[in-house]
Ligand binder design. Structure first.
Ligand SMILES: NC(=O)c1ccc[n+]([C@@H]2O[C@H](COP(=O)([O-])OP(=O)(O)OC[C@H]3O[C@@H](n4cnc5c(N)ncnc54)[C@H](OP(=O)(O)O)[C@@H]3O)[C@@H](O)[C@H]2O)c1
Length: 347
């Protein structure tokens, strides 16, 4: 086991420019859409050819700022563009269901920002619609497609950590309280769990599978959304995940996976390009891998876009690295955690 840990496998698909190009449409030209479009244009052959906004002026400004050919003053017009092959849904959580269904009904493949929807029920509706329409659908859980995650994936698949017993992860970002903003407004499906906690639950699922037990405790903002939550997830095999998220403080964004034969500790942030350290069961550091690829921060979204393009070229309907059923299960866990902390729900 230690030998397997000492000789780390390399990441597969480290170059996102290897994927055949697709023509993308951006639906909701906000903060993440800007980072996504720039990442694609810098690091891949993918091309954002159209942007759609509720405002023609905002769509025009986004297109001009990010090298996008066409702009539309409605989402309906965007998804009707016959050149667009795949729609990136980058609106607030509360809108993902309607906007994903709009794009799917127009026959487009969809990449839907995290979380895929507000609840497991909503996400199932998206899955059913995509299957019925025969289009590709994927949650933009970009961590799954990073080079470092692929190293962890291979170590887990090889059983290099032995029996995995404990997973930890945190993600907190200090956010100024603004009751009208998407992070704090219940009608926009704000709250720490949906915005940041989704990364933690997904990381736990990646490492130990879906939880058999869920315990959550937390606090609520004056708007009723959860602003800080600690979660314990237990697998059917007795492994545990200790997860914490908050909108009230910036936390290290570290993740670990510990097993009987050794452990992995990520660098920060675990959810974006960084690195990882591997230890044997005595706690001896065996290796420290640092991401050498020069696509830091949000440029790491290039990997998920390239993965989607490869899957579409292969004729797949969903991601083998992050199946739709797993994204639905993650939302079911978040549903239950929100219920336990008493977060206000508007669906
Ligand atoms: N992958 C990541 O690292 C990452 C990071 C941040 C956020 N995200 C995700 O990306 C999504 C968008 O987040 P963001 O930070 O980009 O949000 P944002 O800056 O507020 O942008 C969201 C866009 O959605 C559109 N929109 C449609 N309906 C809206 C409504 N009812 N209220 C407000 N805006 C509405 C707006 O564009 P128009 O009005 O112009 O159409 C707005 O520009 C969320 O799912 C979030 O969790 C992902």
């Amino acid at each position: 086991m230690a030998d397997t840990l000492a000789a780390l496998p390399g990441p597969r698909h480290p170059d996102p420019a290897d994927a055949l190009p697709l023509r993308w449409g951006v639906l909701g030209p906000g903060a993440i859409a800007a980072g996504f479009t720039d990442a694609l244009h810098r690091h891949t052959r993918q091309r954002v050819v159209a942007a759609g906004s509720r405002s023609a002026e905002r769509a025009r400004a986004f297109a001009a700022a990010h090298g996008v050919e066409r702009s539309y003053g409605s989402y309906e017009a965007l998804v009707a563009d016959p050149e667009v092959e795949v729609v990136y849904v980058a609106t607030p959580h509360s809108e993902h269901l309607a906007h994903a269904l709009l794009a799917i009904a127009a026959g487009k493949h969809v990449l839907i920002e995290k979380p895929m929807a507000v609840t497991a029920d909503q996400s199932r509706r998206i899955v059913e619609a995509a299957r019925a329409a025969g289009v590709f659908a994927m949650e933009a859980m970009w961590t799954r497609y990073l080079p470092q995650t692929d190293i962890v994936r291979q170590l887990l698949a090889d059983g290099a950590l032995g029996e995995v017993r404990l997973v930890t992860a945190d993600f907190g970002g200090r956010s100024r309280y603004d009751p009208a903003s998407r992070l704090w407004h219940p009608a926009l499906a704000g709250g720490a769990l949906l915005d940041l906690g989704v990364y933690l639950v997904s990381w736990s699922s990646f490492a130990i599978g879906p939880p058999a037990g869920i315990v959550a405790t937390g606090t609520l903002a004056p708007t009723g959304v959860d602003d800080q939550v600690a979660l314990v997830l237990s697998s059917a095999h007795g492994a545990q995940a200790l997860l914490s998220t908050t909108l009230l403080a910036s936390t290290p964004s570290l993740a670990t996976i510990s097993g009987s034969a050794g452990r992995i500790e990520t660098d920060s942030p675990f959810w974006g390009p960084s690195g990882l350290r591997v230890f044997d069961s005595d706690g001896t550091l065996l290796s420290h891998w640092r991401d050498p690829y020069g696509r830091p921060h949000r440029d790491g979204m290039a990997y998920e876009a390239a993965a989607l393009a490869r899957y579409v070229a292969e004729g797949r309907s969903e991601s083998p690295l992050h199946p739709l059923a797993e994204a639905v299960d993650t939302l079911a866990t978040i549903d239950e955690a929100r219920r336990q902390v008493g977060a206000t729900r508007v669906e």
